[in-house]
Design a protein around this ligand. Structure first.
Ligand code: ZN
Length: 235
C-alpha cells in the first residue's frame, strides 16, 4: 500500500489534501469528538453545546473559559504531516489543503494555499464595529475579550448552528472537482456538510487515510487505517 501511495504521489502534480482533526492530534491537539477527547472534563456542558452559536450568545463568559482553555494552540508546533504537505506544495504537486481544523498549523508549517472550512483561531472580529483582532489578544484577555468600542469580539470559527463561508465552500468544491488525486486524512467524514464534499471528486485516485473506518472507504481507491504521520514518515 505504501509503495502504491508513493507512486501515485510521485506521478501527480495535481493533488488536493482534505484533512480533519487527526492531522493535528500528533501535535498534541485533542479531537473533542473522539472518546478520549475533551469529554472527561470539568465543564458542565458537552463541547458541542459550548461551541454552539446559541451558547456563545447566551453564555459568552462560559464559552470563553472553555475556548481559552481548550482551543489555544498558539504554542503548538506543526508535526510531520503538516511539514510533508508543505514540501508537496513547494514541489508544485499539491494544489490546496482543505482543513476542518482551526489551529492554523498548516500555515505555521509554511503552507500557502490553505482553505479553512471551519475558520481559524487567528481571525477574530468585533461584533459591533468589525475591527479585527489577533489570537494573542483573545487568549490573553481577562474573561470576555472586548473591542476598544466596547463590543464583544467573536472568533471567526464556525460554531455549531452556523453555516460555512460561501467563498471557502466554493473554492473547496472547485479544487476537489479539478483534482487528479484527493487525499482525505484524519477525518471520520461524519461531520456534515464537510464530508459531502468528497462526492465532488471525479479524478483518478481517492485515498483515505484514517485510524478508524469511514463511511466513504468503499468508494476509495486506496484505504489505509493508520495514523497519517506513520504513513507520511514512510514516504
Ligand atoms: Zn468594536
Amino acid at each position: 500500500m505504501i509503495e502504491k501511495l508513493k507512486e501515485i504521489i510521485n506521478d501527480s502534480d495535481n493533488i488536493v489534501f482534505f484533512g480533519g482533526a487527526g492531522v493535528s492530534t500528533e501535535s498534541g491537539i485533542k479531537d473533542f469528538r473522539s472518546k478520549d477527547g475533551l469529554y472527561n472534563m470539568k465543564y458542565k456542558y458537552p463541547p458541542e453545546e459550548i461551541l454552539s452559536h446559541t451558547f456563545f450568545m447566551n453564555n459568552t463568559e462560559e464559552f470563553y473559559k472553555f475556548y481559552k482553555d481548550k482551543m489555544n494552540s498558539l504554542n503548538i508546533k506543526p508535526n510531520i504531516s503538516h511539514k510533508y504537505l508543505k514540501e508537496l506544495e513547494d514541489n508544485h504537486k499539491l494544489k490546496a489543503i482543505i482543513t476542518q481544523n482551526i489551529d492554523g498549523l498548516h500555515q505555521k508549517a509554511g503552507s500557502k494555499n490553505v482553505l479553512e472550512l471551519h475558520g481559524s483561531i487567528y481571525n477574530n472580529k468585533c461584533m459591533k464595529c468589525g475591527k479585527q483582532y489577533d489570537a494573542d489578544y483573545i487568549f490573553n484577555s481577562d474573561n470576555i475579550p472586548l473591542c476598544k468600542c466596547g463590543g464583544i469580539i467573536k472568533p471567526e470559527v464556525v460554531l455549531y448552528e452556523e453555516g460555512l463561508d460561501d467563498k471557502v465552500v466554493n473554492e473547496t468544491i472547485k479544487y476537489i472537482e479539478n483534482a487528479e488525486v484527493l487525499i482525505v486524512a484524519g477525518t471520520s467524514l461524519t461531520v456534515y456538510p464537510a464530508s459531502s464534499f468528497i462526492r465532488y471528486f471525479k479524478g483518478k485516485c481517492l485515498i483515505i487515510i484514517n485510524n478508524d473506518k469511514t463511511d466513504y472507504d468503499y468508494i476509495a481507491d486506496i484505504v489505509i487505517h493508520d495514523k497519517l504521520g506513520n504513513i507520511f514518515k514512510q514516504i
